[in-house]
Design a protein around this ligand. Structure first.
Ligand code: HEC
Ligand code: HEC
Length: 244
């Protein structure tokens, strides 16, 4: 009985591990950088910027601001398969797990029902303080420990227990699911969010902030791009823009 149980547990665990390994790039290495560059310069540059700095001509029209592909700290936390699916299906569909997805998405949960109204702005300041060194009152740290630390980590680096070191430590954690939690100490990353956005995010969660609060996210491009073009643009982002 005992060995059988152990065997089952091991199988279950390695099943999880395999699922995550399976999320690693299967078709990615064949993506054509040249094809990806053409796609990028036609469509993506408008928001993400010609150099991947997140500041294309339309960057001020979205909240959150477009992802900064030049930011290796954040980008190392995302698998190629996740990037592919976000571009093909759109981020909302991936977070909701609508597509026949092979990545396990981990959307930031909603806390509006468990937090007092005034605790939310206090948490926004607490989160910002990882970067600007502002005060982090003990009672808000308690809330952070209970509600946020499991994903965001003790110092807000996105390396809590629900992050696994599927990529080399120390800084390049990939979370248990995609997308990886934020690194609050990263100025480039945090500059993409207004206080209004973060407030709504904490209250309504990552899906609610889009569906209920009406904030933006990455739209799907699968209807205008072939899979080859999407893999190409993933390669272009990784090999040309991200420059690790
Ligand atoms: C209309 C503006 C716009 C265009 C055009 C656009 N994006 Fe985005 N993209 C965004 C925004 C805004 C985000 C941030 C979404 C968020 O944080 O919810 C984003 C995020 C992303 C992400 C990161 C998702 C994450 O979870 O961090 C990837 C990858 C991406 N875009 C790829 C592309 C590619 C490739 C193209 C071209 C085919 C493209 N985008 C075109 C606005 C745009
Ligand atoms: C189950 C894991 C989990 C928990 C618990 C969690 N978060 Fe998150 N959080 C995430 C993930 C994943 C992201 C990245 C979302 C994205 O990029 O789409 C995120 C992103 C964020 C961001 C950055 C904005 C963004 O869209 O990336 C802030 C700020 C944030 N969380 C605050 C909090 C606070 C405050 C708490 C506690 C009240 C908390 N989170 C609890 C998973 C979690």
């Amino acid at each position: 009985m005992r060995p059988r149980l152990r065997g089952w547990a091991v199988a279950a665990l390695s099943g999880v591990a395999l699922g995550l390994v399976g999320a690693a790039p299967p078709a990615a290495p064949t993506g054509d950088v040249k094809l990806g560059e053409a796609v990028y310069k036609e469509i993506c540059f408008a928001c993400h910027g010609a150099t991947g700095d997140g500041k294309g001509p339309s960057w001020l029209n979205t909240m959150p601001r477009p992802q900064v592909f030049r930011n290796p700290n954040y980008m190392a936390r995302l698998t190629d398969q996740y990037l592919f699916e976000v571009v093909k299906y759109g981020k909302l569909a991936v977070l909701r797990r609508d597509p026949p997805t092979t990545v396990e998405s981990l959307a930031m949960p909603a806390f509006g029902h468990v937090l007092e109204e005034e605790q939310v702005p206090a948490l926004v300041r607490f989160v910002r303080a990882f970067l600007d060194g502002g005060p982090q009152p003990a009672e808000i740290r308690e809330i952070y420990k209970d509600a946020c630390e499991t994903c965001h980590g003790p110092n807000g680096r996105g390396d809590g227990p629900r992050a696994i070191s599927a990529q080399p430590a120390p800084r390049s954690f990939v979370s248990e699911g995609q997308p990886a939690p934020a690194d609050y100490a990263d100025p480039v990353f945090m500059a993409r969010f207004s206080d209004e956005f973060i407030t709504a995010l904490i209250k309504k969660g990552r899906i609610g902030v889009i569906e209920e609060a009406g904030f933006d996210t990455m739209k799907p491009y699968g209807h205008v791009l072939s899979d080859e073009e999407v893999w190409g643009v993933v390669r272009y982002i990784r090999e040309v823009l991200q420059k690790p």
